[in-house]
Every structure is written in structure tokens, then in C-alpha cells.
Design a protein around this ligand. Structure first.
Ligand code: PLP
Length: 367
């Protein structure tokens, strides 16, 4: 059996360090925020080349609070892509703003800057590009247009810890960036977690308050806030894992190169990485017609796969919007119909990859 991700294998490789870190928190009993969270915030912000990090309880909360800190609310429009995890769009709704979609570039699965200027209206306040699968969005033209129209750029970096765009780490390119530490992410907690990174102390100050009931000091609530605090046990686990992240990222990248090589010439479309990015392969998604047939075949060989994501957000029942209909974002809709994510994690062995590619090649060229 080849799982899609293998968190048990990763735990086995760091067990003594993680166990010690968790026991340390059990002994000092500072369970939420506190010094462990502060240390992780500093270390992760530095990892992203950002000045400040604010730990929260999920990537969704990071997006929600970044939008609030930017002052975005009812009547405002935020531009993003429909081909993303639903949380990107949900966060825009949480603050009462209106999501406006721009299609993706089919080669990178990220926001296509060519469609951006047309989507900007007098009500646009922010652009929320998603570094989907770990491939950074094309940030230079996005930031160029944002400057021209006086818009804020917030990166959805939930899938892109350590990714780079033209030598710059994601997390330090827009005004703010939002990360998820959901367990299966490239840097994953043993529970939920998230962070906003920024170089702007005013945004950081607001987010620190908003995550903890809007309090400037205990029981003095200057903003209407939330209980979005990061737990110390999660910070302790994440601090241990952060030390291994570069090695794990390089293992993902090497595994991606191996898949690329093995599948080249097979007729299967493998993911592209633009020459100016460091792709961190949170997801390795091939594109194929008749996807279910391939998925079933892999499954019959004990190989798990995933689909990220089968329905673009503008066609999701809960987010139906009279402004949008099927056919409006053809590249997002085509990607949603064709993508198939192969097993991808640092502990994946070449032998396991051979089993995956042998199965795919067999189906690609029967006879
Ligand atoms: C692109 C994207 N944005 C936001 C999120 C939300 O993160 P979380 O699950 O930590 O709330 C995710 C998580 O899957 C994601 O993939």
C-alpha cells in the first residue's frame, strides 16, 4: 500500500525530538500563546524572510485576520482565483467582502495576471493570489497592478512553506501572507495551526489583538476579536519540524524530478515549475482525461491518490453567485476535471515511486 501522505513515517523519523518538546509544554503548563508560540513566530518569520509572524489557530483564521487587519469589509471586493481550497474564498465572505474571480494560468495553476486588470473595479481593495500546490503565483505583475491601483496584496501561502519567487521567499512578497500548518501541509502541526507573516508592525499589532479577543491588555477589548490563538503544543511540534523543513523540501523536489523523468514521453502531463520559482511540491498533480479510470487503476494496485480540487469555488453549491456560471473560468474548470495528485511526501522512496509510475505507464500504453 502506498499512502498519499505518510505522517506516521515522518513522526517515526523525529519521535524523540517531538516527544521531548511536547513533554516540555506539559511540564510548564503554558498551553496557549506564551513563549513557545513567540519563539516559533520569530523562527518561522525569519524562515520566510519576513520581520513579523503572528501565530493563529488555522490558515483560515490567518486569512480572515489578515483581511480584517487590512480594513477590508462590506462593500469591498477582493480578487482571487476559483481554483483553490474553499478557505481562500470563505475568508473573504467572513469579513463581509465580495470575492471576484480571475482564472488561473493553466501551466502553473495560479492566478493569471493577464486577466487581472479587467477584474479591478473602484471597489477592489485587495488581491489574494494563491501559491497553489507550492508553486508561487506570478507576483511581479500582480504587485505592479496592485501598486498602480493602490491595492493590498495578501498571499495565500497555505501550501507553499519555503517556496521562492525570483529568489524571494513567499511570505515576504505581499503586504501579508497566510500559512496553514494543517497536519498534511509541508510544515504540519499535530492538530491545527496557522500564521500571518508581514513586515508591517501595524498589521501585526492588529492581528495580535484580533486573535485574542481584540484585547490590548487583559480584559481591555479595543477591537471585536476572536479566539484564534495558537496552542503551545502545536508551536513546540512546529519548532522541531521547522529544523527539518529544508531537508524535507529538497526530498519533495527530488521526488518530483524523479516522477517528471519517469513519466516523460508517456503522454501524461506532469506539473510545470517556472524557471524563476522554487516549487515546494505540496501537491504533485498530473493532468489526464478520464481521471477516474486512472484513479481506480492506481487504487487497485494499492496506490492512493487525491484530487485538489474537483470543483472550482464558483461552481460550489455553497458559494453559488449569480455573477458566475459554468464556462466563466475555463482553465480552472478544465484543471478541476483533469488533475490527479500522486503520492508526495519526503519519506516517499524511489521504489514506491517506481510502483506508481509503472502503474501509470501500464495504463498509458496498454498492449
Ligand atoms: C490554499 C489554502 N488556503 C487556505 C487553507 C486553510 O488552511 P487551514 O486548513 O489551516 O484552515 C488551506 C488549507 O488546506 C489551503 O490549502
Amino acid at each position: 500500500m502506498i499512502p498519499f501522505v505518510d505522517l506516521k513515517a515522518q513522526y517515526a523519523s523525529i519521535k524523540p525530538e517531538v516527544d521531548t518538546a511536547i513533554l516540555g509544554i506539559l511540564e510548564n503548563c503554558q498551553f496557549t500563546l506564551g513563549s513557545e508560540v513567540e519563539k516559533f513566530e520569530e523562527e518561522f518569520a525569519a524562515y520566510c524572510s519576513a520581520k513579523l509572524g503572528i501565530g493563529v489557530n488555522s490558515g483560515t483564521s490567518a486569512l480572515h485576520l489578515a483581511l480584517l487587519a487590512a480594513g477590508i469589509g462590506p462593500g469591498d471586493e477582493v480578487i482571487t482565483v476559483p481554483f483553490t481550497f474553499v478557505a481562500t474564498v470563505a475568508a473573504i465572505h467572513y469579513v463581509g467582502a465580495t470575492p471576484v474571480f480571475v482564472d488561473i494560468a493553466p501551466d502553473t495553476f495560479t492566478l493569471d495576471p493577464a486577466g487581472l486588470e479587467n477584474a479591478i473595479t473602484p471597489r477592489t481593495r485587495a488581491i489574494l493570489p494563491v501559491h497553489l500546490y507550492g508553486h508561487p503565483a506570478d507576483m511581479d505583475p500582480i504587485i505592479g497592478l496592485a501598486k498602480k491601483h493602490n491595492l493590498i496584496v495578501i498571499e495565500d501561502a497555505a501550501q507553499a512553506h519555503g517556496a521562492e519567487y525570483k529568489g524571494r521567499r513567499v511570505g515576504s512578497i505581499g503586504e501579508m501572507a497566510c500559512f496553514s500548518f494543517y497536519p498534511g501541509k509541508n510544515l504540519g502541526a499535530y492538530g491545527e495551526g496557522g500564521m500571518v507573516t508581514t513586515n508591517n508592525p501595524e498589521y501585526a499589532r492588529k492581528i495580535r489583538m484580533l486573535r485574542d479577543w481584540g484585547a490590548e491588555k487583559k480584559y481591555h477589548h479595543v477591537l471585536k476579536g476572536y479566539n484564534f490563538r495558537l496552542e503551545a503544543i502545536q508551536a513546540a511540534v512546529l519548532r522541531v519540524k521547522l529544523k527539518h523543513l529544508e531537508k524535507w523540501t529538497e526530498a519533495r523536489r527530488a521526488a518530483a524530478t524523479y516522477y517528471d523523468e519517469k513519466l516523460s514521453g508517456s503522454g501524461i502531463t506532469t506539473p510545470e515549475a517556472m524557471p524563476y520559482v522554487r516549487h515546494v511540491y505540496h501537491v504533485y498533480a498530473i493532468r489526464i482525461a478520464e481521471r477516474q479510470k486512472w484513479r481506480d487503476f492506481l487504487q487497485s494496485r494499492g496506490i492512493h491518490s487525491g484530487i485538489h480540487y474537483p470543483i472550482p469555488v464558483h461552481l460550489q453549491e455553497a458559494y453559488a453567485d449569480s455573477r458566475y456560471k459554468a464556462g466563466d473560468f475555463p482553465d480552472s474548470e478544465k484543471a478541476a476535471a483533469e488533475v490527479l495528485s500522486l503520492p508526495m511526501y519526503p519519506e516517499l522512496t524511489r521504489r514506491m515511486q517506481d510502483q506508481v509510475t509503472d502503474a501509470l505507464l501500464q495504463l498509458a500504453a496498454p498492449c
